[in-house]
Design a binder for this molecule. Structure first.
Ligand SMILES: Cc1cc2nc3c(=O)[nH]c(=O)nc-3n(C[C@H](O)[C@H](O)[C@H](O)COP(=O)(O)O)c2cc1C
Length: 189
């Protein structure tokens, strides 16, 4: 049994990004893996302050808040799914804080994320989700991680609450992403 952690970067805990992540997690759970959905969106955001503290206190960000909690969960997970709604064609600040701060902490903690699986998903009304997914993938790629694909990019065309469930192709893409995470987990065992 492997651990699959999904992080919702939307402040709407019951929104489209959360529903997308739940589709991926449901497939992983059905295959027998342990799952967790972490609600990052809405938490107070503090960015990296470039203090270098993660180089002295290994495994910890000097700004001691929820990012240290999520870092521990990420360090223990075998697969990490980062989800963000598209905000002005970009990530939410909560996901950016996760990327910048856990990224530095992990690199100074013997590349803790090395060879974990990473996948990014983005909810979007109309445009900009590819940029969100690219930003998430850049984080995975520089951290020595392995990215599974799906039948489309990891996005869903949805604006209001519940619209993801009307996007059949988006739902299929999330389901296939879940299947590919499971497939990779088994191959990497
Ligand atoms: C501040 C803000 C900025 C947004 N910017 C974009 C955008 O650039 N492109 C777009 O298509 N939708 C944009 N949206 C719409 C959201 O991406 C969309 O409603 C998404 O489904 C929200 O996901 P959630 O339900 O997980 O919160 C924006 C919404 C907000 C609140």
């Amino acid at each position: 049994m492997s651990k699959v952690l999904a992080v919702n970067g939307s402040p709407r805990a019951g929104g489209n990004t959360a529903a997308m992540l739940k589709t991926v997690l449901a497939v992983c759970e059905k295959a027998g893996h342990e799952i967790e959905l972490y609600q990052a969106g809405g938490k107070p955001v503090r960015g990296c302050i470039a203090c270098g503290g993660c180089g002295t206190h290994i495994g910890r960000c000097a700004t001691d808040d929820w990012v240290n909690e999520i870092y521990k969960k990420m360090a223990e997970a075998d697969a990490i799914i980062l989800g963000s709604p598209t905000y002005f064609a970009d990530l939410t600040p909560e996901i950016k804080a996760v990327i910048d701060r856990t990224g530095f902490v992990s690199r100074r903690d013997k590349m803790k994320f090395s060879r974990k699986i990473g996948a990014g998903v983005a909810a979007v009304r109309r445009a900009g989700s590819i940029h969100v997914i690219d930003s998430i993938n850049h984080f995975f790629l520089i951290n020595d991680m392995i990215i599974p694909g799906s039948s489309y990019w990891g996005m869903s065309l949805a604006r209001d609450l519940g619209e993801y469930e009307k996007d059949e192709e988006g739902m299929e893409t999330m389901k296939r992403l879940g299947e590919n995470v499971v497939w990779l987990l088994e191959k990497l065992k």
